[in-house]
Design a protein. Structure first.
Length: 186
């Protein structure tokens, strides 16, 4: 029998986004014409995860967005971010970042709701976020005119390394009294 663990590594490596256990099982069953259980695949994934914990590897197997992906270890993020900054030709504008934050925290949300919060038209920002696949159309509202509902995408989850939207920082995380300026008055 072929080394299944190496095939799993190859599947994770070539996947542009995180790959779910079900997808791994489907590919292996089709390739080897035999059944694989979720427990069996999870044991291989655990073994791969442990192997890449070795300090000689700059990458690790990480569970993100309910799937698995090879990512660089945190120790190398500073150097990698320098490369990404150098290579990035178009960053998200402040308007697009604000729009993305509203969608992430209020989803599912309509364009009129976003515009009401921001106070300006959001057509261009929404279009750019859709092009970059950071957001997706998740349905239509039942309100008058049936406006489109937007939510974050799998690419958003992969980019931020989270499994679900509840892992986003909460507002209280940004309000730290130790960073206030001036004297506190009652």
């Amino acid at each position: 029998m072929e080394d299944i663990e190496q095939y799993i590594q190859a599947l994770v490596f070539v996947s542009e986004q995180s790959i779910r256990t079900e997808e791994i099982i489907y590919c292996l069953q089709a390739a080897f014409n035999r059944d694989f259980t979720e427990d069996e695949i999870n044991s291989y994934l655990k073994s791969i995860t442990e192997r890449y914990q070795d300090k000689n590897f700059a990458i690790e197997l990480v569970k993100t967005n309910n799937g698995y992906q090879f990512l660089t270890k945190k120790a190398y993020h500073q150097v990698i971010s320098l490369l990404q900054m150098q290579r990035s030709k178009k960053k998200l504008s402040q308007a697009a970042l604000e729009t993305l934050a509203i969608i992430a925290y209020k989803q599912p949300v309509t364009k009129p709701d976003i515009e009401q919060i921001r106070g300006v038209n959001c057509d261009y920002s929404i279009q750019k976020l859709l092009e970059k696949e950071l957001i997706a159309i998740v349905g239509k509202s039942d309100s008058i005119g049936k406006p489109i509902l937007y939510g974050t995408s799998g690419v958003f989850m992969d980019y931020f390394g989270i499994n679900n939207i509840n892992e986003l920082p909460q507002i209280k995380d940004f309000t730290d009294s130790s960073v206030s300026i001036g004297e506190q008055t009652e």
